[in-house]
Design a protein around this ligand. Structure first.
Ligand code: MG
Length: 385
């Protein structure tokens, strides 16, 4: 029986993780959950799974949960997340919060030797070299949940680093890929948030529309697998049946195919190195095709270009990129800026940043705060504000 803690249990990945746990009650036990502020859903999850530990990010919401459920022991804030992440009663920690507040809890989980299932790509984008060094030092394993990385992780089982020629990350192209450039210029929020293949939270859906998501995924994969940036390729694949391809030095290509269902990569991250059966819908090859593959257009999707440039510039440029993007996307979601302002704001923040190759943890947090403040200042000057 694996004892599992889920940080971010009320988000899209967290809810799917709990469904995987409910599907395998003989193998998985939920011992702790943490959420930001969705108290009602968290209370339902407590009732259904009865985990021993619970943490709520906001103190006022933690008190509300205490009153509502009669639990006197609701943890809160950064300390609550860290306590859960490193708890002696947990074997495996699922990191499913999108925010940077999971960075220190993730470090604590690695230092405590926990197996990690990581869904938050932002954390590897911010601190990839540092996190992977800690993973090696503490002899633990970090299994990715992001579908493309789960695909690469599976294709790379049994492959030696010297046998890898190229890693291809596919992307459906998101909700705007199929539009004409003129239509893209006048895109509405409804169009941006209507992803054709995946149902996800609003932040990552906007990142899919700008293709920033693919850029963040290349950075995430580069650190996770320790493969040089120039061996990566992004390919647009609207049917989203093939999630990633590993090309070997002899020309062989290994691909992973599955339905667009996050329960599959989540289950694999929880079962690894085993593989368990699952009751969910299957991909049928005769119904999946024809399959299309295309080069991404970096002129039409400048966020992908910005991400690849930041990846080439150095570690701290990725910290600034991620923070500027997060700030701009949230401003877009709150109607303070236009869609086209997102890449412009990120580019302006990156222009002011002098990259450092391997910043320390404190350095990363300082660059993150600087980039957020710098981007926020510029948002004040946008016309919609
Ligand atoms: Mg992905």
């Amino acid at each position: 029986m694996k004892r599992v803690v889920v940080l971010g249990s009320t988000g899209s990945i967290g809810r799917n993780t709990l469904e995987v746990i409910a599907t395998h009650p003989d193998r998985l036990q939920l011992v702790g959950i943490a959420a930001r502020s969705r108290i009602e859903l968290l209370a339902q999850q407590l009732e259904r799974f009865n985990p021993r530990f619970v943490s709520v990010w906001e103190a006022a919401r933690a008190r509300e949960l205490s009153q509502r459920t009669g639990r006197p022991d609701v943890l809160t804030g950064a300390e609550g997340l860290t306590t859960l992440a490193a708890h002696p009663d947990a074997d495996l920690v699922v990191i499913a919060t999108s925010g940077r507040e999971a960075l220190l809890p993730l470090v604590a989980a690695i230092q405590a030797g926990k197996r990690i299932a990581l869904a938050s790509k932002e954390l590897l984008v911010m601190a990839g070299p540092l996190l992977m060094r800690l993973v090696r030092e503490h002899g633990t394993t970090l299994v990715p949940i992001d579908s493309e990385h789960a695909a690469l992780f599976q294709c790379l089982q049994g492959v030696a680093p010297g046998q890898i020629e190229r890693l291809t990350i596919t992307g459906s192209g998101g909700p705007l890929w199929s539009l004409l450039p003129s239509e893209r210029a006048a895109v509405t929020r409804e169009q941006v948030l209507a992803h054709p293949k995946w149902r996800m939270g609003p932040k990552i859906t906007v990142d899919s529309a700008t293709l920033m998501n693919k850029g963040l995924e290349v950075i995430e994969a580069r650190w996770l697998f320790g493969i040089p940036l120039e061996r990566f390729q992004v390919v647009i694949h609207p049917e989203a049946a093939v999630h990633a391809v590993v090309e070997l030095t002899d020309g062989t290509m290994l691909a992973q195919l599955s339905p667009c269902d996050m329960r599959l990569p989540i289950q694999y991250a929880l079962s690894f190195p085993e593989r368990w059966g699952s009751p969910w819908p299957r991909l049928r090859l005769t119904e999946a095709g024809p399959l299309h593959f295309a080069e991404p257009d970096l002129e039409q999707f400048p966020c992908l270009r910005l991400a690849l440039d930041a990846a080439a510039a150095g570690g701290s440029a990725c910290v600034a990129l991620n923070a500027a993007n997060d700030t701009a996307v949230h401003a877009y979601l709150e109607d303070h800026i236009a869609f086209a302002d997102i890449p412009r704001l990120i580019a302006e923040t990156l222009e002011q940043h002098a990259p450092v190759a391997e910043p320390s943890l404190d350095g990363i947090l300082a660059i993150d705060a600087w980039a957020r403040a710098t981007t926020q200042e510029r948002i004040q000057t946008c016309s919609l504000h």
